[in-house]
Design a protein around this ligand. Structure first.
Ligand code: ZN
Length: 422
């Protein structure tokens, strides 16, 4: 397969620019407005199109026949050889000039090359690179894009634990609100009958001893022993990495409470083991009372998020931006299908990511003219997460933008302006 792939890559590269990616509509105000509104871009784009929108002009649209990509043949060959996984790694756009409303564009594609096999974090694979260019009516190039994907042999390794928003949320009602208010205040509250003073957990509306509905609570000291436990290996639970211990902990106050025992090897947990209360932050909003061996250190708090432009990746944002970039791939709007393909949820498309990098750079350097945006892609930006963009001028005159999600770096970008950066 390797020799066949190499020969095919050489043959395709020798073809040079191939026509055949239609731009269905001229550059127009309606599509620009959809795009700027979806991405939250407040720049003045009344005459010129946002440069990061360039690929949108040649997107075929829903139901339209997809123009064959110059890379289809090598990608199929890799599929057949077992390199069935695919992930985009790079998207570099160079802007010769901004395009104007009313211009009709055409687009060409050129094969770049294949490198590999290489060992990567995803598994062994090949990098496949191709180029797309856009041209004006006078035959002058207005933009070019490099696109690179990794085709890899999936290793069948366990999926990385889900990050972002912890997917399991407590149900909080009138009977349990005092408990979660206590967690917010750093207290483990145990319900107490206001008449007979009996303690009870889990909370309920009525005292099982005297049937009084008058309620109070005490604050537990946070010490107990493992009364019983299980080690959970299977099935997978969203947001948790097995194996982990689920224990019934008997508090020194006498009631029992269910929680995880963390901070030690599950094999070290035993009935009668002394444990102490720790509060573990699961995400930006949720803290859970958990347990750890009496002598274990406190869990490390998560690193604080950097200051930057926070973009809440609501499902509406993910879907609206996918549609505004004319990208109808179901993983960007159909949660069930995205999960069936091994994703945690629907996720941001690449055309939006590069548009957000443009937005971040131009909001900070208003009036500057973009020459290029080179994007290296990392962790997916799932619905429910927050994308935090940070960055600024680098020593070499470029502009660096980093986009962080809870799984790590979603994007690392190098932005170049036409004018020397002040
Ligand atoms: Zn009572």
């Amino acid at each position: 397969m390797h020799d066949e792939l190499t020969a095919l890559a050489e043959r395709l590269a020798a073809l040079g620019d191939r026509p055949g990616v239609p731009c269905p509509d001229p550059v127009n105000a309606a599509m620009i407005r959809n795009w700027t509104q979806a991405l939250g871009d407040t720049g003045d784009w009344s005459e010129l199109a946002p440069p990061a929108m360039i690929q949108v002009w040649s997107m075929p649209g829903l139901g339209a026949a997809r123009a064959g990509s110059i890379a289809d043949e090598p990608l199929r060959l890799l599929d057949g050889a077992g390199f069935t996984g695919v992930v985009a790694t790079n998207c570099d756009q160079t802007y010769d000039r901004y395009v104007r409303v009313g211009e009709a564009l055409r687009s060409t594609m050129r094969f770049g090359g294949v490198t590999g096999p290489k060992k990567t974090a995803m598994g062994e694979g090949y990098f496949v690179t191709w180029f797309q260019s856009w041209w004006d009516e006078d035959g002058a190039r207005v933009a070019e894009m490099l696109f690179r994907v990794l085709k890899f042999r999936p290793r069948g390794a366990p999926r990385r634990p889900s990050g972002g928003r912890y997917p399991l949320r407590p149900a909080i009602g009138p009977d349990t609100r005092f408990f979660w208010d206590g967690v917010d205040a750093g207290e483990l509250r145990v319900q107490k009958c206001a008449d007979c003073a009996a303690l009870r957990h889990p909370p309920g509306p009525m005292c099982p001893e005297c049937h009084s509905v008058e309620r109070d609570h005490v604050v537990a000291a946070g010490r107990g022993t493992v009364h019983s436990y299980v080690v959970h290996h299977h099935p997978p639970v969203p947001g948790r990495t097995p194996p982990y211990v689920v224990a019934v902990v008997e508090l020194d106050e006498g009631v029992r409470i269910v929680g995880n025992v963390n901070g030690c090897d599950p094999a070290d947990v035993h009935v009668g083991m002394p444990v102490r209360l720790v509060f573990e932050r699961m995400d930006d909003d949720l803290v859970l009372p958990q347990w750890t061996p009496l002598d274990a250190p406190d869990p490390e708090p998560p690193a604080p998020r950097p200051e930057g432009l926070d973009i809440a990746l609501t499902p509406t944002f993910v879907i609206a931006t996918a549609l505004a970039t004319r990208d109808h791939t179901p993983v960007h709007h159909d949660p069930a299908l995205a999960r069936a393909q091994g994703s945690q949820d629907i996720f941001l498309n690449i055309l939006t990511t590069i548009g957000l990098v443009q937005r971040y750079a131009l909001e900070r350097e208003p009036g500057a003219e973009l020459a290029s945006i080179a994007v290296r892609l990392g962790a997916p930006a799932y619905a429910g997460d927050t994308l935090t963009l940070t960055g600024g001028p680098a020593a070499d005159g470029t502009y660096t933008v980093r986009g962080l999600v809870s799984l790590g770096d979603h994007v690392t970008a190098t932005v170049r302006f036409k004018e020397p950066h002040p």
